[in-house]
Design a protein around this ligand. Structure first.
Ligand SMILES: Nc1ncnc2c1ncn2[C@@H]1O[C@H](COP(=O)(O)OP(=O)(O)OP(=O)(O)O)[C@@H](O)[C@H]1O
Ligand SMILES: [Mg+2]
Length: 405
């Protein structure tokens, strides 16, 4: 039985992406020059998680309004952003979930189409729903009565009340995304739910509190490999707030001394690395409510190049616990022998549009035959997408977004 995971993501008119169809691996690395749209791709999944956890309205507002979510087209023609996801569960069940948003007059929007189809391991349809124009349920197969549709909400939130669609909702709303902020991580925080590390990492103490001792030791081992010899990390209550306390070995003339520090005393690189490791190890088949997918922006930030190997080891182990999607500008990270051609998704900007695909065959061959590493190709700016894959995406029909008769 394999871990439940996202097989493919289809995007339409999401920020700089006009059209893309990207296969996700256990560990997927988006690589490309500045401003090509790597973060936009990751943000599309975060948008789904935000819309399910909070509301669609909140997710749009947090991004500056519908005009920042939908792709700005050169001709000024309004575009309708859409996301579709193919999700495979451990028992072979496959769910296809999609929605498209239409901008209405002014700053308003409505859910134009939304659907979810669940098929069993033999490909037989089991459950489905489809809504149209944010106002009507066009199909609904569970025997229970369908919940009400609201044009500014994702119907999946309401449908998650049924056992048929609950697993889809649960998986997608447990995706978590990080662009860690050391300042926020170091300050004592109000207790927050601790199953998922938040975007900026500010609830680090809560998540550490929930880690089992074995995973906590693993965090320490990786930190030591990265070059930070901590011997202990503890959650610490400070009145109504919580923070962490660490013990660190220090060389003194008399030998080795163990000193304790609060989070505020930790270096930026240390606390960022700790955040990434804690998030990776907070996932796992046995962990209730842990992350299903972890999106990490530039995990190498603030780390010494010599730590890259240990960081990639941690990402590789993390990918056996949750799916990982990351951006990366570090050749040192991509030099790691575990990085294969399959993991790399080169991203580029063409006529203002983000294109992303699998690695081109000649470059994949170089990696397979160990004539080069992904890091060397990144240094030479030679991580290029496969033209056939880009053509296939360009020519693909919009069927996923045109469902719901
Ligand atoms: N609504 C939109 N419509 C069209 N293009 C957009 C929209 N929003 C953002 N962009 C474009 O997306 C690009 C930025 O993409 P993104 O932040 O994903 O880059 P990146 O690949 O992550 O870069 P970096 O490596 O510097 O982080 C910019 O070129 C910006 O103009
Ligand atoms: Mg970015």
């Amino acid at each position: 039985m394999t871990m439940p995971h996202i097989e493919r993501v289809f995007l339409r008119n999401y920020k700089s992406v006009e059209k893309c169809d990207i296969a996700l691996e256990p560990l997927t690395i988006l690589a490309g020059r500045n401003g090509v749209g790597k973060s936009n791709i990751i943000d599309s999944l975060r948008f789904v998680a935000d819309s399910l956890r909070n509301t669609l309205e909140f997710a749009i507002r947090e991004r500056g309004g519908i005009d920042h979510v939908r792709r700005k087209s050169l001709g000024g023609r309004p575009t309708n952003p859409g996301v579709a996801i193919i999700l495979r569960f451990g028992d072979g069940t496959v769910a296809t979930y999609s929605f498209r948003i239409a901008a209405a007059e002014g700053r308003a929007f409505r859910v134009d189409r939304e659907s979810c189809e669940v098929r069993d391991a033999n490909g037989n349809p089991r459950h489905a729903f489809a809504t149209r124009d944010g106002s009507a349920v066009r199909s609904w197969t569970p025997s229970s009565a369908p919940p009400a549709v609201a044009e500014d909400r994702l119907f999946l939130v309401a449908a998650s009340g049924t056992p048929e669609f609950r697993p889809v909702f649960d998986h997608l709303q447990r995706m978590t995304f990080h662009n860690l902020n050391p300042e926020a991580m170091k300050l004592p925080q109000r207790p927050a739910p601790g199953a998922l590390l938040l975007h900026d990492g500010r609830n680090l103490a809560s998540v550490i509190k929930q880690l089992d001792p074995v995973s906590r030791d693993r965090v320490l081992e990786y930190l030591r490999a990265i070059g930070v010899p901590l011997t202990r990390i503890e959650h610490k209550q400070a009145g109504a707030l919580e923070t962490i306390e660490v013990a660190q070995e220090q060389q003194v003339p008399e030998g080795v001394r163990n000193s304790t520090f609060d989070a505020i005393a930790l270096s930026d690189g240390t606390i960022r690395a700790m955040g990434i490791l804690v998030s990776l190890l907070s996932a796992g088949p046995g962990v209730k409510d842990g992350p299903t997918l972890i999106g990490i922006e530039e995990p190498e930030t603030a780390l010494h190049p010599a730590a890259a190997g240990a960081l990639m080891d941690a990402l590789t182990e993390g990918a056996t616990r949750a799916q990982i999607l990351t951006t990366c500008h570090s050749p040192d990270l991509l030099d790691h022998p575990s990085v294969t051609a399959k993991m790399i998704r080169p991203v580029l900007l063409e006529n203002g549009r983000t294109r992303v695909g699998v690695l081109s065959q000649p470059k994949a061959n170089l990696l397979q035959e160990h004539l080069s590493t992904a890091g060397e190709l990144l240094r030479l700016d030679q991580l290029e997408p496969d033209p056939d894959d880009l053509r296939r995406q360009e020519e693909a029909k919009d069927t996923l977004f045109e469902h719901a008769a």
